[in-house]
Design a binder for this molecule. Structure first.
Ligand code: PLP
Length: 344
């Protein structure tokens, strides 16, 4: 029998539920490169309508959705402004340089969240030809490296008015935007008016096996189809995958609150342990904490692994736990018990 791990490494480890698999098997499909897959079209339109945006495009990954957006907004030699912890900068294999030929201006935000003032200060003077042209600002909500931190929507609104006034693009890496909305009650349409483009990931908290959708104007998404093609992301009968996305939008959004609740319980349990130095505030399904030097990170991870629990390091002495659809209350109880039973 397959070993039953309690896997807290990421919310990408979930397996499709029976209901999701059934929806996938029953999908109506066609050739999406010809624009003929009815289920892909339905998913793209459903998300675009939810966010009050004109159009959407299904992509095989969140990375591709972000990279297409960056390519849409920039030309080689331009500069992208983002937080120093941004996924687009740290974890997309240098894609900003590779795909778009842009330089990056990094901001030191608060757990992934920067301010309007920081953006204003980072902007290059447009007439100074020694400098790269500042062309695009990218925000990430929730911020992964920031420990699932959620942006204040008012700050996003302020940055949006500024970017529009200056003619810059504003892209949201919304890989976990539904987790942010579960935290603060904001609505998809709140974000649709703030950003020029938004990438939504279906294979993280929402639990599908594959896929993201990039949202934007009709004009941008038409251009995005060519960019997706050149990146090798044109898929044929992708409706089987899109059906999982439609199922997730119908069934899994309310469950994100449960992931948040379980992460809060874990955060509380961790903050009571003598060998834990600091637990970052828990705002969604990602939990980051630092161990005291007396507890080396690999020793801690090995202890968990010996009890069938998997987690990841996220920097020196820093551990990340991520809750998700396949992490149940029984598993939560076991993790809390195993943590409390640690003996020096
Ligand atoms: C914030 C954020 N953006 C984008 C991605 C990229 O998603 P994918 O792994 O589907 O390329 C991730 C993946 O973990 C992420 O955490």
């Amino acid at each position: 029998m397959e070993k039953q791990w309690i896997d807290l490494r990421s919310d990408t480890v979930t397996r499709p539920s029976e209901g999701m698999l059934k929806a996938m098997m029953q999908a109506r499909v066609g050739d999406d490169v010809f624009g003929e897959d009815p289920t892909v079209i339905e998913l793209e339109q459903t998300l675009a309508n939810m966010f009050g945006m004109e159009a959407g495009i299904f992509t095989p990954s969140g990375t591709m959705a972000n990279q297409i957006a960056i390519k849409l907004h920039t030309r080689p030699g331009d500069e992208v402004i983002c937080d120093e912890t941004a996924h687009v900068y740290l974890f997309e294999a240098g894609g900003i340089a590779f795909n778009s030929g842009c330089s990056v201006r990094l901001l030191k935000g608060d757990r992934g969240r920067f301010t309007l003032q920081q953006v204003q200060e980072a902007l290059n003077e447009p007439d100074n030809y020694h400098l790269a042209v500042s062309r695009l600002v990218v925000a990430e909500n929730t911020s992964n490296k920031g420990g699932g931190s959620v942006w204040d929507i008012e700050e996003l609104r302020r940055i949006s008015s500024f970017t529009h006034q200056k003619g810059l693009g504003f892209h949201l890496d919304g890989a976990r935007l539904f987790n942010a909305m579960a935290f603060n009650g904001t609505q998809p349409r709140d974000y649709g008016v703030i950003f020029d483009t938004i990438s939504i990931c279906l294979s993280k908290g929402l639990g599908t096996p594959v896929g993201s959708v990039l949202l934007g104007s009709k004009h941008d998404i038409t251009r995005a189809r060519r960019i997706r093609k050149v990146l090798g992301g044109g898929m044929r009968q992708a409706g089987y995958l899109a059906a999982a996305g439609l199922y997730a939008l119908k069934n899994n959004i309310p469950l994100l609150k449960e992931d948040f609740r379980r992460a809060q319980t874990l955060g509380k349990a961790l903050s009571e342990l003598r060998f834990v130095d600091e637990v970052f505030p828990v705002e969604s399904n990602i939990l980051i904490f630092r161990l005291k030097d007396s507890m080396p990170a690999d020793r801690f991870l090995n202890y968990l692994k010996a009890h069938d629990i998997l987690a990841l390091t996220f920097g020196p002495q820093t551990i990340r736990f991520v809750t998700h659809l396949d992490f149940t209350d029984e598993m939560l109880a076991k993790v809390v018990k195993v943590l409390a039973e640690w003996k020096e």
